[in-house]
Design a protein around this ligand. Structure first.
Ligand code: GTP
Ligand code: MG
Length: 445
């Protein structure tokens, strides 16, 4: 059976087979602003197949390794593209950089033809210190050139950096790597120059070993900046890849309303499902592969009723997706209130989001309809104004046109899948229209 047809079957699979299977595939991770270990928020489903070789202290894909690494400013055409995280260099641990540099520097001989022993020794010492300085500084400079400036990134990736690494941490770590590079250069130059002025063979040997020791100690002391950079690269590289040309469905709603459960049924995505809020702690991508078309599905953390200033980084991630990616929205409502957020509060959140993102294609779904036999059934007590007819209507059946589904009783799922397909086809038409508009604009300018 081909891969496409087996995935198509997944799309058709009865939901209860998928829903209540516990999954260890996706493990959410808490965002701790300021934390120095940057563990990925999201699962990475792409498998690395490229081979790498070491160039200037970076693991570079073999296909790129022979190309010269030039520090170039990004052209304006490159600025707005998504995918910068997949191009980040593979950073070597500071220990590896240091010991590779020491090994290479110690092999550097004196210039040929110097007969005087003292002269030869100070020449050798200065050259070795200079080599050590370069072997350490060049990889650091290469990293600094290859980690993009935040302002040159797509706004979505910029938000991911701020919300997953903590505000300012990316720049702070790059700043520390640059400071280390500068120290290596200055201490290396100082000791190479001292060694070059030695009056005897013995003095040259002593100054060489003193210089090497100083640089080594400094690199050991401050090399943590490189480790932090390595962790940042790992975290960012594991962020799910979004293709702006592929129609995307984004599931949004209050925490615990059943978004991830629906992602599992609608797509290949396998987010964790639990009966507590904020199970989903990052952006997770799944795919819908129908007969001829590939669609993306993103699961997002839940939104609470509160102002933007009070929102946690997880909620901000959801808003970043909606603000910066051209997704269609599947908004999930749990009118039973079993999720922990009352229908009245969900209504407030819904109205705010709908107003803010009214230009997105939209579909409403009322989840857990097995719990709504005598709707509205509220699991939590809430005060609400009986005279608010709009709210009363919402509490009974959700927004106009909402589809009722239950994963437990398998109600409404075929209708939902059909409507999702329709929505994504419309999204495809939007993307194509946008591309044509862009091409026409480029022809005219
Ligand atoms: N009764 C019933 N429970 C459901 C249904 N769909 C999901 N649930 C349960 O609702 C709970 C929350 O489901 P999730 O899919 O994790 O909800 P979520 O919106 O992704 O939650 P967060 O990631 O925390 O925002 C789980 O215990 C699910 O088993 C349904 O159709 N009926
Ligand atoms: Mg979830």
């Amino acid at each position: 059976m081909s891969r496409a047809s087996s995935l198509f079957q997944l799309w058709q699979t009865p939901p209860n087979r998928l829903l209540f299977k516990s999954s260890n595939f996706y493990k959410g991770i808490y965002v701790v602003p300021g934390a120095k270990i940057y563990r990925p928020l999201c699962s990475c489903k792409s498998i690395q197949t490229t081979s790498y070789q070491v160039v200037n202290g970076s693991y570079v894909p073999t296909t790129q390794a022979k190309q010269e690494i030039k520090p170039t400013e990004k052209s304006s055409a490159e600025l707005e593209n998504i995918g910068a995280f997949q191009k980040l260099p593979m950073v070597m641990p500071s220990f590896d950089i240091l010991y590779s540099a020491l090994r290479k520097a110690k092999r550097v001989p004196a210039t040929k033809g110097i007969a005087n022993i003292a002269k030869r020794e100070r020449n050798r010492g200065a050259k070795q210190l200079d080599a050590l300085m370069k072997e350490l500084a060049v990889p650091l400079r290469t990293y600094l050139e290859k980690f993009p400036k935040k302002r040159s990134l797509h706004p979505y990736e910029r938000s991911l950096i701020e919300l997953t690494l903590g505000d300012g941490n990316y720049e702070e770590v790059l700043g520390r790597v640059d400071a280390l590079r500068k120290k290596v250069v200055s201490v290396g130059k100082e000791h190479a120059s001292l060694c070059a002025k030695s009056l005897s063979k013995r003095e040259a040997e002593e100054r060489l070993s003193e210089g090497m020791k100083k640089i080594e100690e400094m690199f050991n002391r401050e090399g943590k900046a490189v480790e932090d950079l390595l962790n940042i690269a790992k975290t960012l590289r594991s962020m799910p890849v979004v293709d702006l040309e592929t129609p995307t469905l984004c599931l949004v709603g209050a925490p615990n309303v059943g978004k991830s459960s629906l992602v599992r049924v609608l797509s290949t995505g396998k987010p964790e499902i639990c009966n507590y809020p904020f199970t989903t702690r990052g952006i997770l991508m799944g795919h819908i592969l129908s007969s001829y078309q590939n669609f993306q599905v993103t699961d997002t953390p839940g939104l609470l009723k509160r102002s933007d200033e009070d929102r946690n980084n997880l909620e901000k991630l959801t808003l970043a997706v909606l603000s910066h990616l051209p997704t269609a929205i599947l908004y999930v409502h749990d009118l039973s209130g079993e999720c922990g957020t009352s229908p009245s509060d969900q209504f407030v959140i819904y109205k705010e989001i709908k107003e803010r993102f009214c230009d997105h294609l939209w579909l409403d779904v009322v989840s857990k309809s097995d719990l709504l036999k005598e709707s509205p059934v509220t699991f939590i007590t809430e005060d609400f104004d009986d005279n608010d007819l709009e709210l009363a209507k919402y509490r009974k059946s959700g927004p106009d046109g909402a589809i009722r589904v239950s994963l437990k009783s398998e109600i409404g799922l075929n209708e939902l899948k059909g409507r999702v397909h329709e929505l994504l086809r419309l999204q495809m038409a939007r993307i194509q229209a946008q591309d044509t508009k862009e091409e026409n604009r480029q022809v005219l300018t």
